[in-house]
Design a protein around this ligand. Structure first.
Ligand SMILES: Nc1ncnc2c1ncn2[C@@H]1O[C@H](COP(=O)(O)OP(=O)(O)OP(=O)(O)O)[C@@H](O)[C@H]1O
Length: 302
C-alpha cells in the first residue's frame, strides 16, 4: 500500500510533464549547464536538471552514460569544466565533498579494502561528523570528546538496529554479505543526519532475497522526509520504488518522467539498445511485438 509520503511525492510530481529539464514544484537540487570533459571526451553535458524534494529519483542509463561522473561532480568529488548547481537554494558548485556533506547532501561509498578491515561499528563511528578532537581547542578537553564519542556510539547502534546489523557490530565489515554491505553503506551515510542521500547502485551484488528489504529501507528514508537520488542498473528496483526517473546517455539527460512512462520512451529504449541489447528495462517494456521485431533485426545484422 502506498504510504503518505509516497503519495505526497507522487501527487506533487503528477502535474509535471516529462520534458527533459522540466521545472519541479519544489526542487531541492538544481543543476545548470554542467560539463565535464576528460581529454577530448565529454562525459557529462547536462543543460538543466531539477530534483524534487522528498521524492525518490532514479538516475539510469547505459554504461558510460555519465551517471557516476555527475554524482561525483554534484557531491564535490570531481571538478566540472563548466556549470553551476545548487542544493536547497544555495550554490554548492566547486565545494569540497566534506562541505557538501555538511550542507546536508551525503553519498554512499562502496566499502574500500581499508574499511573492510574495520568492524561494522568502527565504520559507523568514522562517519561521525564534527568530532571535537578535530577542533584544536576542544581536543584539549578529553571529557568533551568522550561525551561526543558516547553519543556517537549510541546513535550508531540505533541506526545499526534499524538496519538489522546490530548483531554484526563487532564483525569485520569485510565479512558481510553483499546486501549487508549495502545496508552498512546506507547506515554510515545516516550518521550525518542528511537532508538528501545519494545512493550509488544500492542493489548491486545484492542477493535477490535481500532486495525487497533494501528497497523497503530506501522507501523508508523518503517516507521520513529525505530526498533520495540513486544510480541503479536494476530496472525492476527502479520501477518499484522511484517517484521520478532521469535517463542519461552519452553525458546528456535524454528523458525524464514517472517510471511507468519513461521506460517506454523511445529515447530510453534507444539509449539502452545502443549500448546493451540484453538490458531488461523492467517487466514488459521491451516485450511488445514491435520492440521484439526490432531486437531480432538488430541481432540478424550482427
Ligand atoms: N577519471 C576519468 N578519466 C577518464 N575518463 C573517465 C573518467 N571517469 C569517467 N570517465 C569516462 O566518462 C564516461 C562516463 O563514465 P561514468 O562512469 O560516469 O558512466 P556511468 O554512467 O556511471 O557508467 P556505469 O553505469 O558503467 O558506472 C565514460 O566514458 C568513462 O570512461
Amino acid at each position: 500500500m502506498a504510504t503518505d509520503a509516497s503519495t505526497t511525492a507522487a501527487t506533487a510530481l503528477a502535474p509535471v510533464d516529462g520534458t527533459v529539464g522540466v521545472a519541479k514544484p519544489d526542487p531541492i537540487l538544481v543543476v545548470d549547464g554542467v560539463q565535464r570533459r576528460f581529454g577530448g571526451m565529454t562525459a557529462v553535458d547536462v543543460d538543466h536538471l531539477e530534483v524534487q524534494r522528498g521524492a525518490i529519483t532514479a538516475l539510469i542509463g547505459p554504461n558510460g552514460a555519465g551517471k557516476t561522473t555527475l554524482f561525483n561532480l554534484i557531491t564535490g568529488f570531481d571538478q566540472a569544466n563548466h556549470g553551476t548547481w545548487s542544493f536547497d537554494g544555495k550554490s554548492i558548485a566547486g565545494k569540497s565533498g566534506a562541505a557538501v556533506a555538511r550542507s546536508g547532501m551525503v553519498r554512499t561509498f562502496q566499502l574500500t579494502k581499508a574499511l573492510s578491515r574495520l568492524t561494522v561499528l568502527q565504520n559507523m563511528l568514522l562517519a561521525t561528523p564534527n568530532h571535537p578532537g578535530e577542533r584544536f581547542w576542544l581536543s584539549w578537553l578529553p571529557f568533551t570528546w568522550r561525551a561526543h564519542e558516547r553519543a556517537a556510539e549510541v546513535k550508531a547502534l540505533e541506526i545499526l538496529e534499524r538496519f538489522k546489523l546490530v548483531e554484526k557490530k563487532d564483525d569485520f565489515a569485510g565479512s558481510l554479505s553483499g546486501g549487508q554491505r549495502k545496508l552498512l553503506e546506507m547506515a554510515r551515510a545516516l550518521m550525518t543526519d542528511p537532508t538528501m542521500i545519494m545512493l550509488d547502485e544500492p542493489m548491486a551484488g545484492v542477493n535477490p532475497a535481500l532486495v525487497q528489504s533494501l528497497l523497503g529501507h530506501v522507501q523508508a528514508l523518503r517516507d521520513e522526509g529525505m530526498t533520495v537520488l540513486f544510480v541503479e542498473h536494476d530496472m525492476h528496483a527502479v520501477r518499484h520504488i522511484s517517484d521520478w526517473v532521469v535517463v542519461m546517455a552519452e553525458g546528456r539527460v535524454v528523458a525524464e518522467g514517472p517510471p511507468t512512462t519513461v521506460m517506454q520512451d523511445q529515447a530510453v529504449v534507444d539509449a539502452y539498445l545502443g549500448a546493451h541489447h540484453d538490458t531488461d528495462l523492467g517487466d514488459d517494456s521491451l516485450l511488445d511485438t514491435a520492440m521484439l521485431a526490432r531486437l531480432e533485426l538488430e541481432e540478424e545484422k550482427r
